[in-house]
Design a protein around this ligand. Structure first.
Ligand code: URP
Ligand code: ZN
Ligand code: ZN
Length: 467
């Protein structure tokens, strides 16, 4: 057998096994996994003493997203290049339906933003902003085009928030078209009252963002979303779950056999409410929704990752600069005007390896499951993405488990002027990355090209089989 590339002697990690072997690549796919594969005429990539992970899959990003009168600061070029530096080779970004417009218009706009610009492979979910009965069948046409999941917001009244009837209509339709509904679960109405009260009392500092979005507002919405899905008889996926009380709702439903799935994000595992108490306006760096929770909550989430009540860690990458116009400072003097979101597309693997595997919280296989395999399965990308197997795309990460480095916005590649993890030391570093057989990062030298990333048409998945 003649291979184009052979990755030699790495410890190949899948969600189930770790095996020291060679990987033979032909063209864009993995051809063979075996011992002492022939390498004459092939490009040899030495991986002895390294892990080889499947390229990570990030199912929650917002690139070039219009939000709060501005745009997230990473576009398809900068955001996907940064993702590659961090070992992510596929992401699913959120396209947006503008109110009163067709879903297709939103999808076309996101194809336009991304086409020819991405450094890694990508796909879309569609944010549904309104869905009268007359528009429901538009969902089917998106599923046909490989956009097999939809996000609905229970928060942000007047912007993205939909009512229960809209959510129920969308859920019901996925019974027909096999799509998956993803929900931002916070009670937007309650939060709106609390925000107005806080501002009326002169509470304008960033920490009031968190104080007006209590855990119970997330737990209530999570329970309601689950009940609506149960009523419709379809699976549901809760995005960026932050609160231990919301996780309890997910766990109880799963215990009853309801196909509920949920992701959390590194920010909820590594940061806390205390970050809002930083001096001056610093707390704005951490303004995101749901907000960071009090210390101790993160342990409940780590337990959820272990018990499989949380199945995915995504990033919710939605960066806004701190000190540049049109960034976080839009909310100086009024916390409710701070653009919501934080950077993270590049730092997820490093944080989870260090905080999860190195700290003995879970195995390296479980980490691969959370960052690559289950996200790919749930969102119709598997086995093309999310694993290392013959026939899968040769999206691979060679990872040095010993290398120490410090996270800083000065050394990461996201288009943002701060890191929420500034100065944090981690052990374990991405060394090389392959995208469909092409080396796009090799020991610190970036060889990615804008336009190499292609749109991946996703199939519908069967989440219930993963319960
Ligand atoms: O604060 C956040 N999470 N910003 C991005 C939009 C969203 O709700 O996911
Ligand atoms: Zn959200
Ligand atoms: Zn988000």
């Amino acid at each position: 057998m003649q291979f184009d590339k052979v990755i030699k002697g790495g410890a190949i990690v899948t969600a189930s096994d770790t095996t020291v072997a060679d990987i033979g690549i032909i063209g864009e796919v993995i051809s063979t996994i075996g011992l002492d594969l022939p390498d004459e005429g092939a490009q040899v990539i030495e991986a002895k003493g390294r892990y080889v992970f499947p390229g990570c899959v990030d199912v929650h990003t917002h690139l070039d997203m219009p939000f709060g009168g501005t745009f997230s600061s990473d576009n398809y070029e900068t955001g996907t290049a940064a993702a590659a530096w961090g070992g992510t080779t596929t992401l699913i970004d959120f396209a947006i339906q503008s109110r009163g417009k067709h879903l297709q218009e939103g999808l076309d706009a996101w194809h336009q933003k991304s086409q020819g610009n991405a450094f890694i492979d990508y796909s879309f979910h569609m944010i549904i902003s309104d869905l009268p009965e007359s528009r429901v069948e538009e969902m089917d046409r998106l599923v046909d085009q490989g956009v097999a999941s939809f996000k609905l917001f229970m928060a942000y009244p007047g912007v993205f928030m939909v009512d229960d009837a809209t959510m129920f209509r969308a859920l019901l339709r996925t019974r027909e078209n096999g799509g998956l509904i993803c929900v931002h679960a916070e009670n937007g109405g309650v939060i709106d009252v609390l925000v107005k009260q806080a501002l009326a009392q002169g509470h304008t500092a960033p920490k009031y963002h968190a104080l007006t979005r209590p855990m119970s507002a997330e737990a209530e919405a999570t329970r309601r979303a689950i009940f609506l899905a149960e009523l419709a008889g379809v699976p549901i996926y809760i995005v960026h779950l932050s609160a231990g009380d919301a996780l309890d709702a997910v766990a109880q439903a799963r215990e009853r056999g309801i196909p509920v799935f949920a992701e959390t994000c590194p920010q909820y595992l590594f940061l806390s409410y205390d970050d809002y108490e930083r001096p001056g306006f610093e707390g704005a760096k951490f303004v995101m929704s749901p907000p960071l929770r009090p210390k101790g909550n993160e342990e409940r989430l780590w337990r959820g990752l272990n018990s499989n009540n949380l199945q995915v860690v995504s990033t919710d990458h939605c960066p806004f600069c701190f000190d540049k116009p049109q960034g976080k400072r839009l909310g100086e003097g009024d916390f409710s005007q701070i653009p919501n979101g934080a950077p993270g597309v590049e730092t997820r693997l490093h944080l989870l390896y260090d905080g999860g595997v190195n700290q003995g919280r879970f195995s390296v296989n479980r980490m691969v499951d959370l960052l690559a395999t289950t996200p790919a399965r749930l969102f119709g990308l598997y086995p093309q993405k999310g694993t290392i197997a013959p026939g899968s795309d040769a999206d691979l990460v060679i990872f040095d488990p010993e290398k120490k480095h410090r996270i800083s916005h000065k050394t990461t590649h996201m288009n943002v002027d701060y890191s929420p993890y500034e100065g944090r030391e981690v052990t374990g570093a991405v060394e090389s990355v392959l995208l469909r057989g092409r080396v796009i990062l090799e020991k610190g030298t970036f060889a990615g090209r804008a336009g190499d990333g292609k749109f991946i048409k996703r199939s519908t998945s069967e989440p219930s089989s993963l319960l």
